[in-house]
Write a protein that binds this ligand. Structure first.
Ligand code: AMP
Length: 292
């Protein structure tokens, strides 16, 4: 049973964070970690609940990382709802909220960039230059600051999750990474902090994304293996709503390289624009079992 923590300790500095985590460890507690950029919604709450179910202490970080935004207006318009975030985090079972300033994360003299390599050049990496370097660098630093036993990341950002798994492996970061399935609104739209920037018409048009992905999923379940056909199922729905597309691509689930056929575990990934809001979503597809 999940028991929401009655108190949430809010810390702003690395020193305060270390003290709070050390206190938890001194009580013999194991520590979970959920990094976020705030504007928390039920998707984030699900990650926090997963951490609270598995571990005793749960750190949630709230930091809108400027270095992973390649678009200045996206950064400026990113929703910031800190007081509400603390309440959602507490109710979901977090015990420590780390809400640092930019200087705390990037103090004077900070000079390192983590470059995750080939996987970060594809899809999101291609369309958001520098995004994954910024993400990988801040995640490596946050993992170093929190020193959690387990950290939780959403499959909504499947490429990000794969990159985080790679950097923790490559840099021997001693935190286990766990993925959590995408949480969706009742009508299928993947929850995202950016959804609150959609107006009523945009919200309706954005449904084409999940509708297309679910259509492709049904085709795959029925035995369809052609990448072009699966991608076309999504593109068709996006076209009906005239949503400009960055990519719709069937990729290998571990390398994120495009594939021609669903002949291994894959991710069908989408990025498109609804007005001035850029949304991403994906489904994991497996080759259908062929019964002889
Ligand atoms: P963000 O605040 O958007 O950087 O997201 C923080 C974490 O929450 C990341 O690991 C995301 O993948 C995860 N997340 C965001 N939206 C969802 C969702 N709808 N379902 C599951 N996880 C999510």
């Amino acid at each position: 049973m999940l028991v929401p923590s009655s108190t949430l300790t809010v810390v702003r500095t690395a020193t305060e964070l270390r003290r709070a985590v050390d206190s938890a460890r001194a009580l013999g507690q194991r520590v979970g970690f959920v990094p976020t950029m705030g504007a928390l919604h039920a998707g984030h709450a699900t990650l926090i609940q997963a951490a609270a179910a598995d571990l005793d202490a749960v750190v949630v970080s709230i930091f809108v990382n400027p270095t992973q935004f390649n678009d200045a207006s996206d950064l400026k318009n990113y929703p910031r709802t800190e007081a509400l975030d603390f309440e959602i985090a507490r109710q979901a079972g977090a015990t420590i909220a780390f809400a640092p300033s930019c200087d705390e994360i990037y103090p004077d003299g900070f000079a390192t960039t983590v470059r995750p390599g080939a996987i970060a050049e594809l899809l999101e990496g291609e369309h958001r230059p520098g995004h994954f370097d910024g993400m990988a660098t801040v995640v490596a630093r946050l993992l170093g600051l929190v020193r959690a036993d387990v950290a939780y990341f959403g499959r909504k950002d499947a490429q990000q999750l794969a990159i985080v798994e790679q950097i923790t492996r490559d840099l021997a970061i001693p935190t286990e990474i766990r993925g959590v399935d995408t949480v969706r609104e009742d009508d299928g739209l993947a929850m995202s902090s950016r959804n609150r920037r959609l107006d009523r018409a945009g919200r309706r048009r954005a449904l084409a994304i999940s509708r297309g992905l679910f259509a492709a999923q049904r085709l795959a379940d029925g035995g369809e293996r052609s990448a072009r056909t699966l991608e076309a199922a999504v593109l068709g729905e996006l076209a009906v709503q005239h949503l400009p597309v960055d990519y719709v691509s069937l990729v290998d689930a571990s390398t994120f390289r495009p594939v021609d056929a669903l002949d291994r575990p894959c991710v069908l990934a989408v990025a498109c624009h609804v007005g001035d809001v850029r949304l991403i979503d994906n489904v994991r597809l497996e080759p259908a079992l062929v019964v002889a």
